[in-house]
Design a protein around this ligand. Structure first.
Ligand code: DX5
Ligand code: ZN
Length: 231
C-alpha cells in the first residue's frame, strides 16, 4: 500500500499569488498539490480552469492532483492533461458509464493517473465496478464546493468499506480523504484506511506550514500503524 501522502489544497491559499503559495508549500514539504476545479454547476462555486493549472505548472515540481468538481468532465480531460495534471479525479456523481470509461481511457492513454470521487450522498459501492481501472478513489469528507468545513465523521464507514474491498481484491488503489482534514480528523481517516489526505485550511491557517504538514503526516502514520497492529 502506498505511503502516507499529504495533498495540499490550494483552495484556502492567497488567490492573488497562487504561484508563490504553490512554491511555498513545496518547500514546506507537501507531497502533492491538490487543485480544486469548480464550475459553478456541479458545485455552487467557481474557482479556476486549465489555464490557471498551466500557469502554476512551471512554479513547482509537485505532483498535480486535479480534483474536477465539474459537470461533463470528459470534455476537459485533454486540456488539464496539457496543462500539466498528473492525477485527474472526476466525480462519479457527474458522469454516466460510457463517458466515464472514455475519460479513464483518455487519462491512462496520456500516461496520467485516474481518480474517481464520491460526494457524501453517493454510496461508496458505486465505484466498486471501476476499481480495476483506477489509481485513486477520493472520498469527500465534506460537501464539495468550498474549504474550511467540518470533517464529516459519518464518511468513515465509506473509507473502511472501500479499504476492505481493495484488500479483498488485492488492489493497490490510493484512498484519498478530502475535506476537513486536521490534526485530529486525519487520524480517524487513516485508521479507517485512507492513505492520502487533501488538506487546505489546517495548513494555511498555521503560521508554520512545514510544522503543520509534518504534524499531519506523523498523526496519519501513527494511526495507520495502530490500525495495522490492531488487525
Ligand atoms: C472541497 C475541496 C477540498 C477542500 C479542502 O470541495 O474538494 O479539497 O478544498 O479544504 P479544507 O482542508 O479546508 O477542508
Ligand atoms: Zn478537493
Amino acid at each position: 500500500m502506498t505511503d502516507i501522502l499529504i495533498a495540499l489544497s490550494l483552495l484556502s491559499g492567497d488567490f492573488s499569488r497562487l504561484g508563490d503559495e504553490a512554491a511555498r508549500m513545496e518547500r514546506a514539504g507537501a507531497d502533492w498539490l491538490h487543485l480544486d476545479v469548480m464550475d459553478g454547476h456541479f458545485v455552487p462555486a467557481i474557482t479556476f480552469g486549465a489555464q490557471a493549472v498551466a500557469a502554476l505548472r512551471p512554479r513547482t515540481g509537485l505532483f498535480f492532483d486535479v480534483h474536477l468538481m465539474i459537470e461533463r468532465p470528459e470534455r476537459h480531460i485533454e486540456s488539464f492533461i496539457e496543462a500539466g495534471a498528473n492525477m485527474l479525479t472526476v466525480h462519479i456523481d457527474a458522469m454516466e458509464g460510457d463517458c466515464l470509461r472514455e475519460a479513464l481511457k483518455k487519462i491512462h492513454a496520456a500516461g496520467k493517473m485516474a481518480g474517481l470521487s464520491v460526494a457524501p450522498g453517493t454510496p461508496v459501492e458505486s465505484v466498486f465496478p471501476w476499481l480495476d481501472a483506477l489509481d485513486m478513489v477520493l472520498i469527500m469528507t465534506v460537501e464539495p464546493g468550498f474549504g474550511g468545513q467540518e470533517f464529516m465523521t459519518d464518511m468513515l464507514p465509506k473509507i473502511a468499506a472501500l479499504r476492505q474491498e481493495l484488500t479483498r481484491r488485492s488492489l493497490d488503489v490510493i484512498i484519498q480523504a478530502d475535506g476537513g482534514i486536521n490534526g485530529r480528523t486525519i487520524g480517524l481517516a487513516a485508521r479507517a484506511g485512507a492513505n492520502c489526505f487533501a488538506a487546505g485550511s489546517a495548513i494555511f491557517s498555521s503560521d508554520n506550514a512545514a510544522g503543520a504538514i509534518a504534524r499531519l503526516r506523523a498523526a496519519a502514520k501513527m494511526a495507520a500503524c495502530q490500525a495495522k497492529s490492531a488487525l
